[in-house]
Design a protein around this ligand. Sequence first.
Ligand code: ADP
Ligand code: ZN
Ligand code: ZN
Length: 656
Amino acid sequence: MSTRYRIAVTGTPLPPLTYQGEDNLATGIRVIVPVGHRQQVGLILGIDEHPLGKFTLRDILAVLDTTPIWTTAELALLDWCSRYYHANWGRVLETALPTALRQAKIAKTIKRPLIAHPAQPNLVTLNTEQQQVLHSLQQQLDRFHVSLLEGVTGSGKTEVYASIISDVLTKGQQALLLVPEIGLTPQMLARLEQRLGTAPIALHSGLTDAARGKVWQLTRTGVPLLLIGTRSAIFAPLPNLGVIIVDEEHDASYKQQDSIRYHARDLAIMRAKLQNCSVILGSATPSLESLANVTQGKYQQLKLTQRANRQPIPQLFAIDMRAQTLEGSLSPQLLTAIQNALDHDEQVLLFLNRRGYAPVLLCHDCGHTLDCPACDVPYTFHRTKPNLRCHHCGRVAHSPRECPQCGSQNWHLVGQGTQRLEEVLMGHFPNTPVLRIDRDSAQGKNKLPELLAQIRNGSAKLILGTQMLAKGHDFAGIQLVGIIDVDSALFARDFRTLERLAQLVTQVSGRAGRGNKAGKVLLQTHQPHHPFVQALLTQSYDQIAQDLLAERAQTHLPPFGHSAWLMAEGRKLEAVQQQLNRLLVQVSNPLVQLSGPMPALMHRRQNYYRELLWLQSDNRTALHATISQLLDALNQPSVAISGIRIFLDIDPQDMP
Ligand code: ADP
Ligand code: ZN
Ligand code: ZN
């Protein structure tokens, strides 16, 4: 006897294939199947009910598991992922299944390698607010429910998480805690271990393939445990899931930026729905998406408004850079403030915000920007003439010699000089080493924790960092924070940039100036009167977020409309543009707005030109139908141009 099975195959970009094998193989177990002349690991998705075609089917060669890797509900999440992100199952497995489990080795079952010690009684007594929040959360366990826990930095969210996780473990269930960056959470791990009486299991990119595989073999048994992980931990098998917590839910690192560009927060919500458990989204600065879901009554909002240890919130000031003599991108006021802090043996943190950056020309003396008359947004500056181009309507213009507002010939290119920032700092403060923290300097295992330790133990005085440093972290000794370049965010092409800037400023302000002295946050800008700069200085994050939401509603941008981009990449610019133009004529749906081809922010990367189509619609179904049509068209020889690679981002968080 034999049965036909639908099998998702690793190592191929293919949809599921049909093979035959012995009866009664369970859905969700791994097998080895032949693909061409190779053997690959496959995952049984179910029995193939279709009538037998005229081809003879190939046989399953071996069975790797005795019990399913993923439950039916978990497989439904992967299936959703495949459909929503328009990626075949082969690619989904490449993203979701750790390398160790994609290899054709029979996995050994492993025992829990942990020693449980008795849970410590809660060392802190939850304050009234924390107790109320905990009580609400406890009411919602055991069914699908989303809570947005908005707690100012230092309000004790982690203590609340610990209590709810403890409840879940006591019931014999599993808990999943997603964090943006594992390197930033050693204290959190230690605290949770102490509170829960058992070490959390960590899953992140720093683990070896074998270690990842081991974690999977453990979690899939369903034993009660807390799994803490970054983005990809959302795919870990947790058959007995009781709660998912997404800490710092607004953080952009929950969005994968290559291969399948999934959003771990969105998957968390889908997963909780499928596994019938509750989700807690925590943040001091919730995403506009989540706030809109609260307004629509889909999520329940819970608030922690007080800091557990009542530290003062630092004050924010704008530095007017106009007509100042700059050193690189540093104003004399900021340099003086840094010198002062260093003289008092205090730590200084300088932030460089480069996300979504577009070069804009403005008058250094009066701050005037050169705007497209049709769109009222600043032109983007290009090295090739004509220099000024509008990225909304395509209009071009020549840059004038003199500022039309004040007559100055002193032009400033926003973001210019930031590359040299480290040099300028070293030149100006020769006796103080600069600690730089960004993707490059933090590369390598344990590198980030080492760098962070230097901040925490006070040995690093002058710290230069990117967004990476703004995540859920206390640096008690930092008294002064400088945000180098606010303007690049004001003029960015990316509609999320202002939201990100508000989050960054709020998060950073929440982390500086602990202890008894109130800290200071300085924002450098050529536009001190810009309404958004004023809002940052005078309004709460919630007020700013509500204003930004109103704007998004007007412009039909997410979370009110839905968006996607499709990027073509190739060595010849004409071919890249032609590819996108050929695609454009394949589709037309009055519900979907399509624009492009337009150059990517980074137009040329490693000798490849990159251009995109931007898709936007109020109707998600229509948007996805159009994307399917575009991708189908690429299978036609008359449409596809060889040598062009295509990338797709659904619900993009960034413009490429
Ligand atoms: P958040 O995650 O909201 O930024 P944390 O949970 O890290 O805040 O708490 C901030 C600090 O306050 C921690 O040092 C924590 O131990 C302390 N803390 C939290 N809740 C209480 C409480 N109820 N009583 C005393 N200290 C508390
Ligand atoms: Zn001027
Ligand atoms: Zn324009």
